[in-house]
Design a protein around this ligand. Structure first.
Ligand code: HPA
Length: 275
């Protein structure tokens, strides 16, 4: 059996010993977006640090908890914080949590992040449904190396990286709630430094509407495992070169908190429809 598969199964079992609820849907929360867990009932909060082998994030603003919770009595599991490529330089480590969640039974994932707006028509404080992505992490693919057939095939299809049905539910939910939900292509850049203006111009030319430092590796392994994925970016700032101000992590976090209300409402109602 594959090494990653073995390891993910062992860690999934450790989690089951702490909380044995059946989960089909997982939500990954990005920087400053952890407030979504407050919307959940009957929470069981497990710090990553208490799950032997579970990758821990070192970034300020990422809580680092696995949270089991319920909406309308139905179960889901939430990752409050994630590990980024720039923290560890290891895409296997970045994506291990998604492998583990799959071993726990998850077949669907909603992935969220904070991102800079590369589309000049988009503004800080807006939400964007991710319709597709571009992998500009110089690290390449998390699937490099021996393929583990337990998870999926050697050459996975990526023609619908973000599931149309799940995306449509989020689109309709936003409409119903009167929340502006932009749509566009998310581009993953290497980080941890923010982009240069020239890099942002390049990403724009390639078709990017938003730029961030996460999400793409997780979505690739989720597709490898035939999980259905939807994605939402919280546009916390205009990307480098598109505004007068300098970029700071504090600004990103602050904006994340400001749009938290819309973000939480969209996610809560969207997830309700999906459960
Ligand atoms: N670039 C990359 N990552 C980000 C940004 C950005 O402008 N904003 C929030 N995360």
């Amino acid at each position: 059996m594959g090494q990653i598969y073995d390891n993910a199964m062992v860690i999934a079992q450790r989690i089951r010993e702490k909380c044995d609820r059946k989960v089909d849907l997982c939500v990954v929360l990005g920087s400053g977006l952890g407030a979504f867990v407050d919307a959940l009932d009957n929470q069981v909060v497990i710090p990553y640090s208490q799950i032997e082998g579970f990758p821990c994030s070192s970034v300020h603003g990422h809580a680092g908890n696995l949270v089991f919770g319920q909406l309308d009595g139905k179960d889901l599991v939430v990752m409050q914080g994630r590990v980024h490529y720039y923290e560890c330089g290891d895409l296997k480590r970045v994506t291990l949590p998604i492998r583990i969640l799959h071993c726990l039974g998850c077949t669907r994932m909603i992935v969220t992040n904070a991102a800079g707006a590369a589309n000049v028509n988009f503004n800080a404080g807006e939400l964007m449904l991710i319709t597709d992505h571009i992998n500009m992490l110089m690290a390449g693919s998390p699937l490099v190396g021996l393929n583990e057939d337990e998870f999926g095939v050697r050459f996975p299809d990526m023609s619908e990286p973000y599931n149309h049905e799940m995306s449509d539910i989020l689109r309709k939910t936003a409409q119903k709630l009167g929340i502006l939900l932009r749509e566009g292509v998310y581009c993953a850049s290497h980080g941890p430094e923010y982009e240069t203006p020239a890099e942002v111009r390049m990403f724009q030319k390639l078709g990017a509407d938003a730029v961030g430092m996460s999400t793409v590796p997780e979505v690739v392994v989720a597709n490898h495992m035939l999980m259905k994925v939807a994605g939402v970016s919280c546009l916390t700032n205009k990307a480098s070169g598109l505004s007068e101000t300098k970029l700071t992590h504090d600004e990103v976090m602050e904006c994340g908190r400001k749009v938290a209300k819309d973000f939480v409402n969209l996610l809560r109602e969207g997830v309700r429809q999906m459960l």
